[in-house]
Design a binder for this molecule. Structure first.
Ligand SMILES: CC(C)(COP(=O)(O)OP(=O)(O)OC[C@H]1O[C@@H](n2cnc3c(N)ncnc32)[C@H](O)[C@@H]1OP(=O)(O)O)[C@@H](O)C(=O)NCCC(=O)NCCS
Length: 225
């Protein structure tokens, strides 16, 4: 990594730590591990990306997105995305999410797949604060809906309380609100394994899979835990 790239990564990680509380984020070391594994080709056939947008005027980081491409489900998993506070409500978030989907489309093409199924992400449950409500509104506007299951969000840092989150999905093929339960099940297993490094015998994974049921799933908020 060049000095320039490494300075930019430092700025992105600084903003990331300001935007996400400790219980909701990975450590810097873990983000760097993803980047090293990517550079060494160890993530194949999956991938990990950090997209950074810098402001034309001052060259500072304006927005970023950290996300995974998961080949076994031909989908993305958006870990974190943020827009600098002073630049919000100008369409940058929507634009950046569009760039994430474009990149996922390229990942799929490179592996000989068609358009990705969509993007999974974790959203905070409503807590009646205007900030969280605005965030949920944003995701609704870009067609990301909470899945009907009891998501168990793994503890990301020792000592940090796990946050209460939904697992949400934004389809990239059509605008259907129904996803077969089997597809949701495969996605949950893939996210636990490839994003969180949990084995198939993880008790939280059993709990999540149990909560999915057997009927076709329709996106709608459901409180976890
Ligand atoms: C969520 C987040 C990424 C949205 O970014 P943003 O750049 O403000 O998003 P947009 O500008 O595209 O959309 C926000 C609102 O501005 C409105 N908007 C978009 N373009 C606009 C424009 N040109 N003029 C005025 N308003 C506009 C949108 O309609 C939207 O309204 P809504 O929230 O009521 O739906 C940002 O609030 C953020 O960084 N939050 C903290 C971190 C976070 O929560 N990340 C998400 C979880 S990973």
């Amino acid at each position: 990594m060049t000095g320039e790239r490494s300075r930019e990564l430092g700025a992105v990680l600084g903003m990331y730590e300001r935007e996400f509380p400790r219980g909701q984020r990975e450590t810097r070391a873990s983000v760097r591990r993803w980047l090293h594994a990517k550079a060494a080709g160890r993530l194949e056939p999956n991938d990990y990306h950090i997209l950074v947008a810098t402001a034309r005027g001052d060259g500072r980081v304006a927005a970023f997105a950290f996300f995974h491409y998961l080949a076994d489900i031909n989908s993305g998993f958006l870990g974190y995305m943020a827009v600098r506070r002073t630049l919000r409500n100008h369409g940058i978030g929507r634009w950046l999410f569009g760039q994430v989907k474009l990149r996922l489309g390229e990942d799929a093409t490179q592996r000989g797949f068609g358009v990705p199924e969509g993007v999974f992400m974790e959203l905070e449950v409503e807590d009646a604060t205007p900030e969280v409500d605005a965030r949920l509104r944003f995701w609704q506007r870009v067609d990301a809906l909470p899945l009907r299951l009891q998501w168990q969000y793994p503890r990301l840092q020792r000592g940090a309380a796990p946050a209460e989150m939904y697992l949400a999905f934004c389809p990239m093929r059509g605008a259907g609100r129904r996803i077969p339960a089997e597809r949701v099940r495969r996605a949950v297993v893939s996210i636990y394994r490839h994003v969180y490094g949990k084995g198939a015998d993880d008790p939280n994974l059993f709990h999540v899979l149990d909560s999915i049921g057997t009927v076709a799933y329709v996106g709608r908020a459901h409180r976890g835990r």
